[in-house]
Design a protein around this ligand. Structure first.
Ligand SMILES: [Zn+2]
Length: 266
């Protein structure tokens, strides 16, 4: 009887230990959580709107970029203007007179502003457009591939074979070399925590070493048609995977980075 009680206590302690180890493993290995409103909002901003705000910012230098974009992307023209008028005479965002706008609407604008501050895709000149020279691309995220077997998880940017491709941001080389779909491909863990995938390269830059750093604008390789792109026109497949494993649509960001890049060099 006594030994059976001891056995049971031992078993309970052992089970508890296993449970604790399991919980600890879960905590260590869970993917980072990203609020579900962040990327849907960022992806919903049209390149046209960001361009319009860029022009507007040039004529009203006192206004903060995040304030302008958050207001313009959330409110109608007539609701936005009185707020922008206040910001233009240097009323701080926190002291704005929101007039008849509902608390819910005000909270949405504030939340959008917070997202723009913490997630950097729309911070001017922070990212570099990856293709140097003339290129053509459209929004094909989610399109069927291999007869519906998989979906297109990126943007294809077309240009002449050999066109220089550069890193959009600073980061660390995480993957380099051949894989079946991507052909010659490079995967970079950006300083922002996201993973950037450059595929179908003709050549990978000989400067790149797995585990080493790369800076924004440094060569990744040259445009080609390797991997599943063997029979397609030369293009760069560019993908963005968030730290939680979700692939998002790079198209709106690319369109804006290209526009900012052209403005910078003109
Ligand atoms: Zn592609």
């Amino acid at each position: 009887m006594k030994s059976s009680a001891r056995f049971q206590r031992g078993l309970a302690q052992f089970s508890l230990l296993i449970l604790l180890a399991f919980v600890a493993w879960q905590i260590l290995h869970r993917s980072p959580s990203i609020s579900s409103d962040v990327y849907p909002y960022l992806s919903s901003l049209s390149p046209a709107l960001v361009k319009q705000c860029t022009e507007e910012k040039r004529t009203s230098s006192t206004i903060l970029w995040e304030d302008l974009l958050a207001i313009r992307s959330t409110l109608s023209e007539s609701d936005a203007q009185p707020l922008l008028d206040q910001l233009n005479v240097q009323v701080p965002f926190d002291d704005l007179n929101w007039a008849a706008l509902s608390t819910k609407t005000i909270r949405t604008v504030q939340r959008h502003r917070e997202i723009l501050e913490h997630y950097t895709y729309y911070q001017p000149n922070r990212y570099t457009f990856p293709v140097i020279g003339t290129t053509w691309f459209e929004d094909s995220f989610g399109a069927d591939r291999e007869g519906g077997k998989r979906r297109h998880e990126g943007t294809d940017l077309f240009a002449k074979e050999g066109t220089l491709i550069v890193s959009i941001c600073g980061g660390k080389i995480e993957q380099i070399g051949w894989n079946r779909l991507g052909g010659e491909r490079v995967g970079i863990r950006g300083d922002d925590g996201n993973y950037y995938y450059y595929a179908h390269l003709q050549y990978i830059s000989s400067m790149l070493v797995k585990g080493k750093r790369i800076e924004a604008g440094e060569p990744v390789g040259s445009m080609g048609h390797t991997g599943v792109a063997l029979t397609t026109p030369d293009h760069l497949h560019f993908g963005i995977e968030l730290a939680n494993g979700q692939w998002i649509n790079p198209y709106p960001f690319l369109a804006v980075w290209q526009y900012w890049g052209e403005k910078r060099s003109s």
